[in-house]
Ligand binder design. Structure first.
Ligand SMILES: Nc1ncnc2c1ncn2[C@@H]1O[C@H](COP(=O)(O)OP(=O)(O)OP(=O)(O)O)[C@@H](O)[C@H]1O
Ligand SMILES: [Mg+2]
Length: 331
């Protein structure tokens, strides 16, 4: 039996800037079961990082706001959670790793001390020797010899630094790991190693993960389900086999993947699609993809489609809704 860890319903997030209000998320619905890995895929500016920051309630203060919707983590309401309790959750249950490992590491402390700090925070009163033993374990877990714990971040390669960041993120035994393009800044060969390691660790520790990526190879390799994000909305959502093997897709997914059927063998990178994402400061009456969509019908420009659900495979497009069909026939 799978158990629900995270449930996001109708999430709306807005960034208030001096000039405009940016509607970054416009009704996100997603869920994650314990131990599951969900991939978030979409072009730059689609809202992927904003989803992760919302879960951690780390949207920029005074600028980023959750304006509507619910986020439940293990049945607890995150949107209305007090900062103190939230800090507890961030330290104990949810960890995040970013593309640039240097931003997460303190250049002035040895990597061993940085891992130890997290362990001590989570195990108050733990004996020094025990903490050190756990540090060694964590280093070995991510494939770095424990004797290197006395070295500083600059003494490691990029891939090793990211392994250390992962060791730190996992030191609190989180139930959810948010990984925001964790391998993008690494060499291609190192990327594969780090990913493989994350995949193994996730299996071993049974950590649920949200993997934000531009890389379809990454999704195929480690995700159990996928959300395709476009302009602050999930346009398609499903199990990995729905996305990679199913015959129904959102036109945006098809564009993004180049061609769907042989996606694993050919397209590893997202295919650029002609045109631009709509201006996020202006609400649109219709489908946000309509202007770039080769299948756009009249209704697509005037009304926003509801997601059509095929056994959990959801596609937000009039091509699959009765309403879209009726309108098309009547045109
Ligand atoms: N601090 C901010 N202030 C104003 N607008 C912001 C801020 N952060 C993000 N945005 C806007 O919110 C939208 C979503 O941004 P987000 O960073 O979530 O995208 P993303 O999918 O993570 O993109 P990328 O792939 O480039 O990392 C974009 O239109 C972006 O310009
Ligand atoms: Mg981002």
């Amino acid at each position: 039996m799978s158990e629900r860890l995270l449930e996001i319903k109708n999430l709306h997030v807005m960034y208030k800037t001096d000039e405009d209000d940016v509607y970054a998320l416009n009704g996100i619905n997603l869920h994650l079961d314990k131990g599951e890995t969900l991939g978030l895929v979409g072009e730059t500016g689609a809202g992927k990082t904003t989803i992760a920051l919302s879960i951690l309630k780390l949207l920029p203060e005074q600028t980023g706001f959750i304006t509507d919707g619910e986020i439940q983590f293990d049945g607890k309401d995150i949107v209305h959670m007090k900062e103190e309790e939230m800090r507890n959750l961030r330290g104990n249950d949810i960890s995040m790793i970013f593309a640039d490992p240097m931003s997460a590491l303190n250049p002035l402390h040895t990597v061993g001390n940085q891992i130890a700090e997290v362990i001590e925070l989570h195990n108050p009163g733990m004996k020094h020797e025990e903490v050190e033993k756990k540090v060694d374990e964590m280093m070995e877990l991510v494939g770095i010899p424990a004797e290197r714990k006395t070295e500083y971040p600059h003494q490691f390669s990029g891939g090793m630094r990211q392994r250390i960041v992962i060791a730190i993120a996992l030191s609190c035994n989180p139930r959810l790991l948010l990984a925001d393009e964790p391998t993008t800044a690494l060499d291609v060969t190192i990327q594969a190693q780090v990913l493989k390691m994350m995949d193994d660790l996730k299996e071993r520790l049974n950590t649920a993960m949200i993997m934000i990526t531009h890389d379809l190879g990454v999704v195929a390799q480690i995700c159990s389900s996928v959300a395709i994000i476009y302009a602050g909305e999930i346009v398609e959502y499903g199990k990995i086999e729905d996305i990679y093997e199913g015959d129904k897709h959102h036109p945006y997914t098809v564009g993004l993947f180049g061609s769907i059927p042989d996606i694993t063998s050919t397209a590893k990178r997202l295919t650029p699609i002609d045109g631009l994402m709509p201006d996020p400061t202006k609400p649109l009456p219709g489908c946000r993809f309509a202007d770039r969509c080769p299948h756009a019908m009249e209704i697509c420009h005037t009304k926003s489609p509801e997601a059509v659900d095929f056994n959990g495979h959801r596609i937000k497009c009039f091509l699959y809704s009765q309403e879209g069909k009726t309108k098309e026939e009547g045109q």
